[in-house]
Design a protein around this ligand. Structure first.
Ligand code: FES
Length: 79
């Protein structure tokens, strides 16, 4: 199984808007982290959809190894 790239070993803090959909980059290759820009084409990865339940700051995984994708679970400490 291939591993995703690791754009940063820390989460990305993002102010999300209630009801809005976001596509989190799972491959690690996007230039618009933490979101997908289509760079996963040709890799085994696909973006993960996230719908904001409320307007708030959330922490998207930056190392791409979180067990609770697309959000950070602290896994970057082991990367
Ligand atoms: S660019 Fe990484 S999942 Fe789309």
């Amino acid at each position: 199984m291939s591993s995703p790239d690791i754009p940063q070993k820390a989460p990305y803090a993002v102010e999300v808007e209630a009801g809005k959909k976001y596509w989190w980059c799972a491959c690690g290759k996007s230039k618009t982290q933490p979101f997908c820009d289509g760079s996963h084409k040709g890799t085994p990865f696909a973006p993960v959809e996230y719908t904001a339940e409320k307007s708030e700051k959330v922490w998207f995984c930056g190392c791409k190894h979180s067990a609770s994708k697309p959000l950070c679970d602290g896994s970057h400490k082991q990367c």
